[in-house]
Structure formats: C-alpha cells, structure tokens
Design a protein around this ligand. Structure first.
Ligand code: DLZ
Length: 236
C-alpha cells in the first residue's frame, strides 16, 4: 500500500542563488554522515553551488540550537563587513581618482581608476588542482558571502535507559524553533529521535528505506526561496 507519510510529491525549487549551512552533531556519526550526505546531494541537485554549502559540526545534538544561532549571526557579520570593505574601496578609489585628476590636470583617462581590473579576461574561478567533484561536474559559481538563506540542523538522538533522550529532544526542538523565529532564517529540523539504532539507520537509507536527509535539503531550498519572496511581499 502506498504510504501517505512525507511532504507529498516533491516541488521544484531553484537553489542557485542560495547560500545554505548544514550544521550537524557528531554523536551517532555513521547515521549522521549518511543523512548529511543525502542532504547535501539534494541541495546540489536543486542547483545550490557546492561553494555555497557550508558544513559545520558540533559534538552532540544539544549544541545544535546554539551553533545554528551563532552561524547565522556569523554569516550576517561576514556579509556586512564585506559590504563595508567594498564601500570603503569604492570611496577610496573615487577619492584617488579625483586626486590623480588634480595632479595630472584633469585628464579623462586618470579619473577612471575604479574601472581598473574590470577589463580583460575574468580571473580563473579556481586555482589549478583545486577542483572538487562538484566543480568537475560544472559547478563554476564563486562562493557567496551573503547571509545564509536557510540552515539545516542534523542530529540523531537514540533513546537510552535514562531520561537524557527526553531532555535533549525537548530542548533541541524548542531551541531550533526559537532560533528560526528569532532570526527570521529558516532552520530545517533534521533531528531524528529514534528508539533504536536500527530505526535511525532505516531513516538514513542505510538498510533500505528513504533517506530523510533528501527531504531536509529540499525543505531548505523551498524555504530559502519562499522566505526571500515573502520578505519582498511576493507569494508563490
Ligand atoms: C549525552 C548524549 C546522549 C546520552 N545521547 C546523545 C544522542 O543520542 N545523540 C546526540 O546527538 N547527542 C547525545 N548526547 C550528547 C549531547 O547532545 C551533548 O553533546 C552533551 O550533553 C554535551 O552538551
């Protein structure tokens, strides 16, 4: 009998303009690796550039909400400091242009220093020998420094004999929800809360079955796009 679980028929969303972070715990590493790998493949399939997928790890799932919050903030700091540097360079070039113009008596050619470096062939996208699998397949995009459009938190909690599982599962799910509502950046809930290792392996596609990482990658691309549209007053 066909299953009614899951997000239904996959919607197609374009990921080439997105920058996405995967933050994963290292507990239950084998299962986590399989989930992260499917998450990453789904992002690449949707067109997200390998250069724009940033992966960070933390010891366990309990650390995920804090890491997501800080990584989102770090990307926003990175974007604004680069914008400031670019602004200073442009202002400096403009100043230099007028100074040179004064020195040389206002000649037209010397005033346009801001155009320096824009002529001639574009610089190579990758140094020789730096190609990874995705670039070899045609991924030629430069890494972006825009803030993350979405973050995917991945962890596997396996119930033990104590109350640890309940406390961590509860804290992490509430924490991740809080991070996305506080920051306005979608945080995809890639946390498996399972009773046995076998259940975890099944949900990571390791013993047959569907790998949930694929859904998480797709959810990040969909929410990254929709969030941008909603922020600009557009609906799909
Ligand atoms: C302590 C602990 C336990 C018992 N189980 C798991 C687990 O199944 N999955 C997981 O991701 N992390 C586990 N941890 C570690 C905590 O998440 C956390 O890393 C530590 O308590 C340190 O804060």
């Amino acid at each position: 009998m066909a299953s009614h679980k899951g997000p239904g028929a996959p919607q197609k969303h374009e990921g080439s303009s997105l920058r996405i972070a995967i933050i994963h715990a290292r507990w239950n590493t084998r299962i986590v690796s399989s989930l992260v790998s499917a998450t990453r493949s789904a992002l690449l399939t949707a067109g997200v550039s390998a250069a724009n997928i940033i992966t960070e790890s933390v010891p366990g799932s309990y650390e995920l909400p804090f890491a997501c919050q800080k990584v989102i903030a770090a990307s926003q700091i990175q974007a604004s400091s680069l914008a400031n540097i670019a602004g200073s360079i442009t202002a400096g070039m403009a100043g230099l242009g007028s100074a040179t113009q004064d020195l040389l008596g206002g000649g037209e050619s010397s005033s346009d220093l801001t155009k320096l470096g824009q002529e001639g062939p574009a610089p190579p996208q990758h140094a020789v020998g730096e190609k990874d699998d995705e670039t070899a397949k045609g991924d030629k995009q430069q890494p972006s420094s825009q803030p993350f459009d979405a973050v995917i938190a991945v962890g596997v909690l396996i119930k033990g004999e104590t109350m640890h599982f309940e406390y961590i599962a509860d804290a992490v799910s509430h924490g991740l929800m809080r991070v996305q509502l506080d920051t306005g950046v979608p945080v995809v809930f890639g946390l498996l809360t399972v009773l046995t290792e076998e259940q975890g392996m099944a949900r990571a596609g390791m013993i047959g079955g569907h790998n949930h990482g694929e859904d998480w990658g797709n959810a990040a691309v969909e929410l990254g796009n929709k969030r941008r549209g909603w922020a600009e007053g557009r609906f799909s």
